[in-house]
Design a protein around this ligand. Structure first.
Ligand SMILES: Cc1ncc(COP(=O)(O)O)c(C=O)c1O
Length: 321
């Protein structure tokens, strides 16, 4: 739509070993600077809970509340990307409000936003689908024609009845504390296995994935030869493990200069699907890293054979250099 996103994440998010408990937080002074200058043309502030781009890191209730307050002050809409709202609530319980129930924390988070974007596939355990929730009716009416034209009527938003039923059950099941504890413990298990063999990754471990520091592990590959993507390819080639680069490949090119933009971190995301894996799967992944470890100097960077635009990381083609 021609919009320009401005990232206001706290600096600690880019320090892989900082033990900051809420690396998904928005830095209020960064946000205020942007709003002071541009509030008149900011469509909305989006807080992603948990923040995928910096490692599935949680956002504190205090931060959601402060950002919500700042948005009110500047008259800007405040939205949550709630794809992983339940994991975020679990971390708030673990680190900020130990005596609160997950349901109450979720209600508290939601009460602070003007709206929410929700992908059903994550914490709602749905096979697909999603929704946009809006607090007031006039706001709700704005996107409706687009939904009807491009996705489906407002009653079903392009989802099948079966998907909506699964979604409805998943909304409740997804906030069960036992389920969340198990999920987070699975991710931590994978982290521990990788730590044993010296693979560097973002800590504290987030809610849905391990984010490997490919820039460090493959430090012989220059950032613009995409060390993260080279590792992704190697893991698939060796053992059929599918993961994704979150680094300079995703960053794309500067729209003006057309130069590659350098990401702050060259990561590989090992995402853990809900209720799918057992410990032996994680052992298998760790073993794959172990096999590669001794010969990782042989891994070469990659270059484009066909580069697409936009969202080049989904559809481009590469060869090893
Ligand atoms: C935080 C977040 N929001 C939204 C989405 C998009 O979800 P969907 O593919 O259901 O549109 C993703 C996908 O990975 C995500 O991680």
């Amino acid at each position: 739509m021609g919009g320009h996103p401005v990232n206001c994440t706290v600096d600690e998010a880019y320090d892989m070993s900082s033990d900051h408990q809420f690396k998904g937080n928005i830095d209020l002074s960064k946000l205020e600077k942007v709003l002071q200058k541009y509030a008149y043309k900011v469509s909305y502030v989006l807080h992603t809970v948990t923040c995928n781009q910096v490692g599935g890191q949680p956002v504190s209730m205090e931060n959601i509340s402060d950002v919500s307050g700042m948005c009110k002050k500047y008259g800007v809409l405040f939205f949550l990307d709630g794809a992983r709202f339940a994991e975020n609530a679990y971390f708030i319980k673990e680190r900020e409000h130990q005596n609160a129930g997950i349901g109450a924390i979720v209600s508290g988070m939601m009460s602070l936003a003007d709206g929410m974007l929700m992908s059903g596939k994550k914490n709602c355990l749905s096979p697909g689908g999603g929704f946009i929730a809006l607090r007031n009716k006039s706001l709700y009416e704005k996107p409706l024609p687009y939904s009807i034209a491009f996705i489906g009527g407002m009653e079903y938003g392009g989802m099948t009845g079966e998907t909506m039923e699964a979604f409805a059950v998943g909304i409740r099941e997804g906030i069960e504390e036992d389920l969340l504890a198990h999920r987070v413990s699975q991710v931590r298990y994978l982290g521990n296995e990788l730590k044993k063999i010296g693979v560097p990754f973002i800590t504290p471990v987030g809610g849905h994935a391990i984010f490997v520091d490919a820039g460090k592990w493959l430090s012989h590959i220059q950032w613009d030869k995409f060390p993260g993507h080279a590792l992704v390819c190697k893991l698939y080639e060796e053992d059929g493990i599918r993961c994704v680069e979150v680094g300079s490949l995703i960053e794309g090119r500067d729209p003006k200069t057309k130069e590659n933009r350098r990401a702050k971190m060259e990561l590989v995301r090992l995402a853990v699907p809900h209720r799918t894996y057992a410990e032996s799967h994680f052992d298998f992944i760790a073993e794959a890293f172990n096999k590669i470890s001794g010969k990782r100097q042989d891994i070469k960077g990659v270059e484009f054979t066909h580069e697409t635009y936009p969202l080049r990381h989904f559809t481009s083609k590469f060869r090893p250099i």
